[in-house]
Design a protein around this ligand. Structure first.
Ligand code: ATP
Ligand code: MG
Length: 605
């Protein structure tokens, strides 16, 4: 365990974003408003955004970025923001994921308009539009095997080969398509494809598949459907139905945009009233260092029990980071600090940690907790009053927030301090406790070490000190006869042995040791060697921590956190929050972050 230097009460974030400038998406919106592209803010808002997760896992920090960006734009421009599940793939989707995603979006503070929406609610509409394309000669049922389709697609240098079914009559395709839907065919036996161009340099336009036969149960539509739409066919249509103006996605979808445009144009061909045509805008995904943002890889960590679940406090999921103590405000600051650009790059996870330090520095009450306790006996306690007396001291809850008031801490003959705040043979610059050395106990007294006791194995088991009654409250003693004032360099934290509360503390650290864990090459069997980068010390459990009693009681002022999670600064140790495993009789806390970034270069690892 590392203790930082004594009593820093403030943290500064050198990485704070500079003066505001408008990102490229804001500039697009500005221009659209200026040109009246989406009409006046009448029935349809001038800015309508959405967050469209596929419910196949828990949300991670990359999704938080997308939520902040989309809901933030709607808020900024007085538009609307929707939450829609892209539930077009029945095989991997589960209600548990839907529930967790809704909870995460709510917790982040993004407010969506109306009901939560589901792409599956539009399956009927998608089907009608697909029939319309077939009728117009713009789609056909292909009975080639999946392998033949793959082989006939060509590659970047060679054009694809037209399917022998490409020019079959529309009536034939319509009939087969209806029977596909009715469940007459085996999985994989045929597909519906758009008739675009098998020689297009954009592979996405080589007669992409729109529907496949899949006799699977869907979490919402049950067994109604035996065909399911492909993501590329469905996604733009979902946005169209919901009147999304700025359909924001990550860069991987840049060369899918011509296809989405083609689909809408194909539907609108020879149509009286055109359907709404959203504008897709791509930005670079958030790629924080030291973590992985891929639901597939995260699921593997869960399935292989490298973590205790999706919301393990080490996971880069929103629910994991929340459980670890991160706040919605810190997510929003991080989203802002990392910007919105088209440049692929990675983002220092230290920015998120700095953001939560900043937020908690102003908001979190201070408490004293000793994680690796060693007992200190004040040997002269009985010389200045009743030996069993307990004295009360006033401790400020948050020096940065006077409204937080103060609490009482109690002091007596025996206390606990951190084991590494004592050294038997300390170097000169060690301003804590050692034989003959004097130190200030936060809020209480100055004490001088007179002796210590070791067990047979040579471990120090007890430290003896005398206290100076003239330093009550931690104040400087009065000048001596010659007018000299005694000084003390170090202040350490402590907990009274008479009223300490036992607790478990989980010291959480980064889950991976590599800066870019996902970039690890696959191993010889093609396995996931990012697992090799797992940090073996990502969670150390301390079972015999000693807390001041105020940490055990849930006073009204402490329930000020909107999400009900109790967060504190443990003086000198870092920011901590109560875990959901915690009970009144068995306290469990997680370390959110240390007070300083111990991973930063040159900070001494
Ligand atoms: P993953 O690759 O982790 O499975 P995904 O993109 O498949 O993520 P979706 O559920 O499809 O997950 O994503 C919902 C939305 O979140 C999409 O609009 C997507 O662009 C956005 N998103 C996903 N990951 C990131 C990221 N790292 N940074 C920014 N936005 C992201
Ligand atoms: Mg996706």
């Amino acid at each position: 365990m590392h203790l930082s230097s004594p009593m820093p009460d403030t943290n500064t974030n050198p990485d704070e974003p500079k003066a505001e400038s408008r990102n490229f998406i804001e500039q697009i919106v500005d221009a659209d408003i200026a040109s009246g592209k989406w009409g006046d803010a009448g029935d349809r808002s001038v800015v309508a955004t959405r967050f469209p997760p596929e419910p196949n896992g828990y949300l991670h920090i990359g999704h938080a970025k997308s939520i902040c960006l989309n809901s933030g734009l709607a808020e900024q421009f007085g538009g609307t923001f929707k939450l829609r599940f892209d539930d077009t793939n029945p095989a991997k989707e589960e209600q548990e994921y839907v529930d967790s995603i809704i909870g995460d979006v709510e917790w982040l503070g993004a407010r969506w308009e109306g009901e939560v929406r589901f792409a599956s609610d539009y399956f009927g509409q998608f089907y009608e539009w697909a029939r319309d394309l077939i009728a117009k000669g713009l789609a056909y049922v292909d009975e080639q095997s999946p392998e033949q389709i793959r082989n006939n697609r060509g590659n970047v240098t060679e054009p694809g080969v037209n399917s022998p079914f490409r020019d079959r009559p529309a009536a034939e395709s319509l009939d087969l398509f209806a029977r596909m839907k009715a469940g007459e065919f085996e999985d994989g036996s045929m597909v519906l494809r758009a008739k675009i161009d098998m020689a297009s340099p954009n592979m996405n336009l080589r007669d992409p598949v729109m529907y496949r036969v899949l006799n699977a149960h869907h979490h919402r539509t049950g067994d109604t459907w035996h065909i399911y739409p492909m993501y590329d066919w469905a996604h733009g249509l979902e946005d169209s139905i919901e009147g999304i103006t700025h359909s924001i996605c990550t860069l991987e979808f840049e060369n899918h945009r011509p296809l989405y445009d083609w689909f809408i144009d194909a539907i609108n061909k020879d149509r009286g009233e055109p359907i709404h045509h959203p504008q897709q805008i791509e930005f670079a995904r958030l790629e924080p260092t030291y973590i992985i943002t891929s639901k597939r890889s995260l699921k593997l960590l869960v399935d292989e029990n490298h973590v205790t679940g999706w919301d393990d406090p080490r996971m880069p999921t929103i629910s994991g980071l929340r459980r670890r103590g991160f706040t919605p405000e810190s997510f929003r600051s991080f989203a802002k600090a990392t910007g919105v650009t088209k440049y692929k790059g990675s983002h220092d996870i230290g920015l998120l940690e700095a953001a939560v330090r900043d937020h908690l520095n102003t908001e979190a009450p201070r408490r004293m907790a000793v994680l690796d306790p060693i007992k200190v006996v004040i040997t002269n306690w009985g010389e200045h009053g009743d030996e069993s007396r307990i004295e009360e001291f006033n401790a400020v809850n948050n020096p940065n927030n006077p409204d937080d008031g103060s609490r009482t801490v109690t002091f007596g003959k025996e206390i606990y301090i951190e084991r590494d705040d004592f050294m038997e043979d300390p170097p000169k610059k060690f301003f804590r406790l050692g034989p003959g050395r004097e130190v200030r106990l936060r809020y209480a007294y100055w004490v001088t070490c007179t002796d210590f006791i070791k067990d047979d194995a040579g471990n120090i088991t007890e430290i003896h000190c005398t206290y100076d009654p003239q330093t009550k409250g931690g104040e400087n003693p009065p000048p001596d006869a010659e007018g000299k004032v005694r000084k003390v360099k170090g202040t350490i934290h402590w907990v009274g042995a008479h009223d300490a509360v036992d607790a478990e503390v989980r010291l959480i650290d980064r889950l991976f040791t590599a800066e870019h864990p996902a970039k690890a090459p696959k191993d010889d069997e093609g396995g996931w060697s990012f697992m090799d980068n797992l940090n073996p010390d990502s969670m150390k459990v301390v079972r015999n921590a000693k807390f001041e009693p105020a940490l055990a009681s849930r006073t009204p002022s402490e329930s000020a956190w909107a999400d009900g999670i109790r967060r504190y600064q443990f003086e000198r140790l870092g920011y901590f929050c109560e875990d959901r495993d915690s009970t009144q009789s068995n306290l469990v806390f997680n370390r959110t972050v240390t007070l300083r970034d111990s991973w930063a270069k040159n900070a001494g690892k």
